[in-house]
Design a protein around this ligand. Sequence first.
Ligand code: STR
Length: 406
Amino acid sequence: MSSPCPFAIDPMVGDLNGETARLRALGPITRIDLLGVPAWTVTDHALARQLTTDTRLVKDINAWSLYADGVVTTQWPLIGMVLVDRSMFSVDGAEHRRLRLKTAQALAPRRLEELRPVIEQLTADLLDDLEAAGAGGAAVDLKEVFAYPLPMRVVGDLMGVAREDHAQLLDWYKKFFSVMTPQDERLEVMSGLDVYFTDLVRQKIADPADDLTSAFVTADEGGEPLTEEEAIGNIKALVAAGHETTVSLIINTVRALLAEPEQLAKVLAGDVEWKQVIEESLRWDGPVSHLLMRFATEDIVVGDTVIAKGEGVVMSYRAVGRDTAVHGETADEFDVTRSTANRHLAFGYGPHICPGAALSRLEAAIALPALFARFPQLRLAVPDSEIGNLPVLTQNDLAALPIILN
Ligand code: STR
């Protein structure tokens, strides 16, 4: 591989803003080290759009030389982010469109309106739990009590995952994403998830219900049934993506607003729409720091850089959101009045753009105003500088958000 000393991403996520700035300073595309494995990463908005629509880059891990040559094995801590079942996450072209169609239909904005009352009720229930946990002015973790259970319940209902299994799934995903999890334990978690979702698919084949898992395995307006492996792969992708990221969207937005009382005041006064706040939060402090990975099927020339055939390319969407060419010199600041806020790529771009984008926006647009309406005195229980990230390399995952309700 080309240039030496790739920029090492800090797995402990000690200084996310500093890291993003240093990465951006290295140029539009730069070499990074992902826990001992080299790749390219893209930090520039225009280049991210170009490369996420370049058909010479594919998601199939078999196109990765380091994997094909046995250098990257299941001992690599990030293997679970790239070695996935055949699904809409790992396939390109016409097959990708087929694998994505039923999901795109189920998550279309019109269909999502049916979910609105359900999400409102789940939110109200969780606000009751929050009130109980924070009674008498006690500090309470907004992540654990409120933000964390909500998206899992939403995606769980959508996929037909029983409520009593959510705690187990959340526990598995926590271990899956943390770089601190010993690798043998991570591999056990991955096989636990595989057994769980294989059972779920078989159960829905035998006894279909009104959920997306059943839609995957039956013929409908979205086409023929998917194979068992494809259905399992899609479900794994949707449950992982559907809960992990939306938790961060909700708490990162609350954190940003509580740190900037003047901006919060504008929002609560109705001078700035929640929709706009959510877009600025996605741009400035989005749930995904680094999206792994695409692989070059031939040499790709980008300016004076050559992505060689077989090399891996990461999209550093956090850095992309701070692109000064798009968002101006103040790109590093959170500003709910920013006119370019919705030009972020926090959901990706091109054929693989997040199919759940509208659902996550809906969840945030329900949860955030409901939270502030119920607790207008909401404030941080610790200085903002004490809020830290979990040791998760790819995701922007706060460890906790301690707050006081009133
Ligand atoms: C987790 C493990 C798995 O079984 C399947 C997938 C595929 C979809 C991935 C998911 C992964 C990890 C989190 C991702 C998600 C798609 C969107 C989400 C990368 C690898 C983001 O964080 C953007």
